[in-house]
Design a protein around this ligand. Structure first.
Ligand code: GLU
Length: 482
């Protein structure tokens, strides 16, 4: 390990999909490591065996890579400080717990469930009373040898104050008398988060810990562990909570969005990452749309806010729309194809032309199907759509010009956007009317819709001569019935 090199980590528990909060921790830790020329480490915290969800680890690894958050060390990429999955490090924790006991920072506890349940209730909390702290070494030895189940608890000081300085929230202090003697090693031999996070952060050389504010006030307990081992404390950077609205935290329970959910909703990964970066951080110049590279340059701890961030899907959508509009046509075509495959266009129309028509008109990929619904056959529509004063079109003008439009187009040999435009605008010139008058009539007659992505000639080009003429004739008929 290079001296003074920043080492950050993302330490998810594999309890399901990667949610927004987790993704933000991962992103900020990644950005900070990259910005400082440091390393970013992924560690899986699976010591709470009851909360494990099958396939979560694979899902986390996959999502991290998909989102572009490549870790320098981790379960599947290895590194000098592995294993990177806590359940595979069980012996390590017990070893350090025993060292801590020798140092007086922890002790064995054999108290039964019944005894714990009957501890005095102080304002709704039953605090452990250090009952087993007074057991002699010999007695402890005897009880362990006889196979009695035990846990190992942290021996908290009972007076004084513990403080540290968080890089975002400043000085945090707690009275030691408020700290309970937490369990460090459970009766199944597994460590709790309270212990494992410290041991692993130290053994993995993590010197910058970034995580949510839910850990802000328990960090003094972790610092007492660092101090007892005489290890250097890391720098702490706690991030503000992410809220659903002003009052409610975005929680897994109310369906907090995961990376997969957002992808499913038609957001693209660059926009998701960009938006998540803004949840609790802003660059000095207040720029909102930033490439991943720019974020790495602009990221700074000073830009992290203390106030809660509100997850605003409307803003995400807006940003997503910008990304879509500004991406190159080939990339959009590639992203749009699976959506076109499930739309009215499926296999029947030229995707390149369609993609070009809709690229600037969708904010989420899921809107694509709806945008191309003008391709769907229609058997009726409101002919008042021809009435449009601004476009110099009316039902009467449509009745007059539609037969001429049909005849001009029937004669057209080369069926493409340019040729169609030339024919229709020459017709307008011959008739002495504005182009819009002919083009609006054609567009409505060909689509039966008030608005379509693309104008008359683009739609006609896309549909092809046969279909376009069939629709125009149908509309002529419809107008005739009036
Ligand atoms: N495993 C913890 C969680 O998922 C990690 C907290 C931390 O970053 O220390 O909340």
């Amino acid at each position: 390990m290079e001296k003074n090199q920043v080492r950050t980590r993302f330490a998810p528990s594999p309890t399901g999909y990667l949610h927004i909060g987790g993704l933000r921790t991962a992103l900020y830790s990644y950005l900070y490591a990259k910005k400082t020329g440091g390393k970013f480490i992924l560690r899986i915290e699976d010591t709470d065996q009851n909360r494990l969800v099958a396939d979560s680890i694979d899902n986390i690894l996959k999502t991290m890579k998909e989102a572009g958050l490549f870790y320098d060390e981790g379960p599947d990429v290895g590194g000098d400080y592995g294993p990177y999955i806590q359940s595979q490090r069980k012996n390590e924790y017990l070893k350090y717990a025993k060292i801590l006991i020798e140092k007086g920072g922890a002790y064995y506890c054999f108290c039964s469930k019944e005894r714990l349940e009957n501890l005095p209730d102080a304002n709704g909390a039953r605090r452990y009373d250090k009952h087993c702290l007074s057991l002699s070494k010999e007695e402890v030895q005897k009880r362990i040898e006889s196979g009695e189940p035990y846990v190992i608890r942290q021996n908290m000081p009972t007076e004084g104050i513990s403080s540290y300085t968080d890089a975002v929230f400043g000085e945090i202090s707690v009275k030691n008398e408020e700290l309970e003697d937490n369990i460090l090693i459970k009766s199944d031999g597994m460590p709790t988060y309270n212990f494992a996070n410290v041991i692993d952060d130290h053994l993995m050389g993590i010197n910058v810990v970034m995580r949510g504010t839910e850990y802000l006030t328990s960090t003094p307990k972790y610092n007492l562990l660092y101090d007892a081992f005489e290890w250097e404390r890391p720098l702490y950077i706690h991030m503000p909570p992410i809220m659903r609205d002003k009052e409610h935290k975005l929680s897994k329970r109310d369906g907090a969005a995961s990376y997969e959910d957002l992808i499913e909703k038609g957001y693209i990964k660059e926009a998701i990452i960009n938006y998540i970066a803004l949840l609790g951080w802003s660059p000095k110049n207040d720029k909102e749309k930033m490439s991943f590279e720019e974020m790495q340059q602009l990221f700074s701890i000073e830009g992290i806010n203390r106030s809660p961030a509100i997850f605003d899907e409307i803003k995400l959508k807006w940003l997503n729309g910008l990304y879509i509009k500004e991406m190159d046509a080939d990339k959009f075509l590639q992203l749009a194809t699976p959506y076109l495959d499930k739309s009215k266009a499926a296999g029947k129309y030229d995707y390149t032309k369609l993609a070009k028509l809709i690229q600037g008109r969708v904010e989420a990929l899921t809107e694509i199907a709806d945008k191309v619904n003008f391709l769907e056959e229609f058997d009726n529509y409101d002919i008042n759509l021809f009435e449009n004063a601004k476009q110099k079109s009316s039902i009467d003008s449509a009745k007059k010009y539609l037969p001429k439009i049909i005849s001009a187009l029937t004669d057209l040999k080369q069926w493409d956007n340019t040729a169609l435009y030339t024919v229709l605008t020459s017709l307008a010139a011959n008739e002495g009317v504005k182009n819009s008058s002919i083009l609006w009539t054609t567009r409505v007659a060909i689509s039966g819709k008030e608005s379509t992505p693309g104008g008359a000639t683009e739609l006609a080009d896309l549909l092809g001569k046969e279909k376009a003429l069939k629709r125009l004739n149908f509309s002529l008929n419809l107008l005739g019935k009036e």
